[in-house]
Design a protein around this ligand. Sequence first.
Ligand code: GDP
Ligand code: K
Ligand code: MG
Length: 258
Amino acid sequence: MKTIALLGNPNSGKTSLFNLLTGANQQVGNWPGVTVERKSGYYKKERTICIQDLPGLYSLSPYSLDEQVARDYLTQTPPDVLINIIDATNLERSLYLTLQLMDFELPMVIALNMSDLLVSQGKTIDLDRLSYSLGIPVIATSALKNKGVDELIKTALTAPKAQPLDYDHRLESALVEIKKVAALNHRFDQIKLFEGDPFLLTKLSADQRTEINEIVRITEKLMNDEREAILVNERYDLIGQFIKLCVTIKNPATFNRT
Ligand code: GDP
Ligand code: K
Ligand code: MG
């Protein structure tokens, strides 16, 4: 039995894809202890594959119940593979969540969904370049038109573990130091501690918190910015480079005439 989890921003097409994959055999319940809906089902073409639908996410801060459910699931009962559903018409926002999901270092494939809408927007996304930039397989899909879905599952079953991308060396050094202090193995947790995540900080001793605050204070000084902004800027810098490399937009004037 293999478990594949579907993750993505709200309105990326998660439910549409889940319904296509599972057909009629779905179980709906709640996540333990909370009123967030939990849906799972078997892949209709292969009953040994369990598909888990997760709540739609904008990011992975601990401030909403949906985000907390997703974080707990990814760290405590990780699936075998993540299918990260990206709205091809909203690449920047989707890649922000993607960079966060990569920090869990789980096998991942990207479904570039809504790909049927790109033509009418005069946009082309180079799948090979996007895949190469992220180190993750990318499959163009349309949950609306049932395109690319079987290839997506096939690719998911052999997907490699996501390798987090390197940020500025000063930030990377701080993350190494935080790892030594907190003894937390997930890069996701190290980054969250750097950002000052209240949920994780309460799990540490007062001494550990003091040491981490000192590491952060020095890095803020070196990078001349505040802890959360440092991460936001690092992520958007990378995303900007990827978009420049992968997205082509036809000259709008030419496009309107055709
Ligand atoms: P969720 O919020 O991620 O669960 O997204 P939904 O599955 O509810 O989809 C949001 C909207 O996008 C719905 O109106 C879907 O019909 C539509 N949709 C989903 N996938 C596609 C797609 O690949 N192409 C197009 N054009 N529309 C899609
Ligand atoms: K929706
Ligand atoms: Mg949904």
